[in-house]
Design a protein around this ligand. Sequence first.
Ligand SMILES: [Zn+2]
Ligand SMILES: [Zn+2]
Length: 247
Amino acid sequence: MRNRKCVFCNFVTNEKQIYCRHVVTEHNDQVPEDVEVPLEYAYSLMVNKPMGRLCTECHSNNVPFNTATLKYARFCSDKCKQKYVETVKGRMKDKYGKEHLLDDPEYQEKMINAHPNARDYVWDDTHTFRIIGTYEEDFMNKLKSLNWDPDDILAPSPHIIRYNWKDGSEHFYIPDFELPSIGLIVEIKQGNFNSSYMEHNREIEALKDAAARNLCQETNLHYIKILDKDYTEFMHDYVKSDTNRPE
Ligand SMILES: [Zn+2]
Ligand SMILES: [Zn+2]
């Protein structure tokens, strides 16, 4: 972001994390008593707008403020999250054709949750996610440690990525997660050890990556592949960064 001066002193920074954390630590006494989330108050000062944002689906309820990304969530409830998921899924079916999708084993695997490693991740009393594998579980734990809002996590992403193998055959793939507030599609990967399998896999991965980049250009989303539970890039480029721009 551009340089902004603290409203209480001469401190200047062009990073929103630094700005907001400066306000809550150096000017704690300026935060009104009835404010529940001091960082949200600091953010409202920074962008010079009142606190609170409306859900992008129902346009009537307020959404939570994410203190890790310093960004508002998009949906107020699980119901509104599901509405968004259905909208995107409908769009994908219109685009690629339902029959095509249902024929694809990789698509089926994620949609019917029949995978042998599928498990329920219980977030809280009202949120349970169906995820596949321990690496995905680790990512959920990471989000939980950041106090992420469960209504701001889609597992899997409703977006579908189409790509073609070298033989011309058409394949579909569904990314593991989507985080709507930061517009991020997340694919969780485990490094491979079997080299001939890896060689074949690497080619396909490159095709998938290229297809994912195309989708992102069309939709204005971002895409990240998290390899072997290394969250450095995720934290640096998407959670703590100004990529998730202040409004
Ligand atoms: Zn200050
Ligand atoms: Zn809503």
